[in-house]
Design a protein around this ligand. Sequence first.
Ligand code: NI
Length: 242
Amino acid sequence: MRLDHATWREVEAYLEKSNGIIIPTGSTEQHGPMGLIGTDALCAEKIAWEAGKELNVYVAPTLSYTPAPFNMSFPGTISISEELFESLLNEVVCSLKKHGFKKFYFINGHGANLKSLKNLTNQFSNITIRVKSWWDYEKVDHLRHARFGEWEGMHATPSEISITQANNRTITCDEALSPPKKLNQKYIQDHSGDKHGPPEQHRKNFPDGRVGSHSVLATPKIGEQLIKIAVAGLVSDYLTIF
Ligand code: NI
């Protein structure tokens, strides 16, 4: 159930029997030569919309403008500061809270959002905030590693691209056929949470935008499976927490 497709009368009636809401968070940034700029947002909102339908819970409009400074050397990326993103999260929650929402489930699709989302959970005491990235659900994490192994990598991952292929658009691209540079463990540890350093250096390190991810392994069929088990993961987690 999409909040942006509801009337205020419907929301008022909903709040008489329920006070939960799901909020997708993504990004607007390059995702390699065959990944869509909106990948993180498109993945999170698809999973949110499907889970919202099953749970009869409203899904707020996706937060797609988020911090992605490291990708600013790639055209199409839009990045806002962490400060602005934290204020945005805070004011979105405050608005919804004022109307009576008390249970906030953030379904995230972009690693660099996690720090701000975590900070948000410390700003409120009388509401419940849950934060999960869609790849956190056990079965999703298992499938993506079983299917792609270390070629899942860190950015423009075959799993996120599979989801957008199932749900949005498939791009065939010769440039993506050869594997990307393999990441070593040290790079992964030092750059966890999507901390990839200055944009010029980042583009120099990863000229086509893939960060250790062999995007071309993506298929719409795996995308469908990933959506299905991520939705099941969200539904079950929501019901356990709330
Ligand atoms: Ni992504």
